[in-house]
Design a protein around this ligand. Sequence first.
Ligand code: SAM
Length: 391
Amino acid sequence: MTPSARIQAAIELLDAIVVAARDQGAAADTLIARYFAERRYAGSKDRRAVRELVYAAIRQLGDRPKSGRAAMLALAQADPDIAALFDGSAHAPAAIGASETAGKIGTAPDWIVAKLLDSGIGEEELPALIDRAPLDVRINRLKPAPEPIEGAEPIAALPDALRLPSGTNVEALEAAKDGAIEVQDAGSQIVTMAAKAAPDMRIVDLCAGAGGKTLALAAAMDNRGVLLATDTDRNRLSRLAPRAARAGATIIETRLLNPTREAEALEDWQGNSDCVLIDAPCSGTGTWRRNPEARWRLTPDRIERLVATQAHVLEIGANLVKPGGALIYIVCSLLDNEGAGQVAHFLGEHPEWSVDQLDLPAGRTHGPGIRLTPAHDDTDGFFVARLKRPC
Ligand SMILES: C[S@@+](CC[C@H](N)C(=O)[O-])C[C@H]1O[C@@H](n2cnc3c(N)ncnc32)[C@H](O)[C@@H]1O
């Protein structure tokens, strides 16, 4: 592909990403993979270059642009070399017209930035929200120690974590193929530690998804005890069993839940879990580094619906905790109404529950829990609280 053709390909992809963000369609990564699956002629260098252009364009625009071209024009405004490639030649984008408008540069839509600031995120922390994320893995202690990985660095106070050089093809590593390492952001590993999982416990991972945190819990339990992983999304949950098999985690039972009828499916777990971990569905404002187009998907309505779902899963989870047991509430959001505010609301409704102070290797105290941010902790953004049911 010529450099101009790469710009044109990035524009086409951005068009699809803009529409998907508006209509809650597929993620940018999925769209990029599909695009190249249909264009086998594009070599690996072309794919990498186009992907980088696409993500550079997405990162710089806080608001969803009107088109892929508007997104690339914003890049062109900052980079004359890119502007020069809008030359109208074969497979190239048309020359830039005098009256064309580029997408608006920013961290996020103004209304979300206002919510972040209201939630105590400082202006100076905003740029880090859309930086490139590091590549972290968790060493799976259920497997023999992996061979040393070139360029891997330890992460302070996290003995099971490694930070790999960016661009490492993790899936190609033997350690990943045999389940000795799992890709997992350091922040995700840290918030899972709030469960204080240990052998012989009974733990429910209520919103387990494809099991990122479930596998970390199984390792902390040394494969002893009972670990129930549930979710309402069949697709995500179905990815857990093969991952668990590869990781050698044998204590995990999965259970698909019917939304609004979760309690019925969990009757046998009512009031008898040592710990219930709720990694609740959320706006994902803490994970924009990985999914920068996610900020183009948010609407006030969508956040309101998420807040209602979070309150719902908190109630479901609380009923499963035994007297004296713990409820761990996690969101990868930095908005207070999803994190500290949600927990404050729960405590208002359940004054007999108390906050269990956490001692985690990173983060800062924020209301009833701990918050990790990309700027302060160099992890994805998370809020986590540990609540105790009275004996
Ligand atoms: C943040 S994701 C979980 C990620 C996962 N824990 C991990 O570490 O990879 C939130 C999950 O909550 C699930 N969910 C949404 N509503 C739910 C409900 N009512 N009961 C259980 N899970 C629910 C979603 O399907 C989604 O998989």
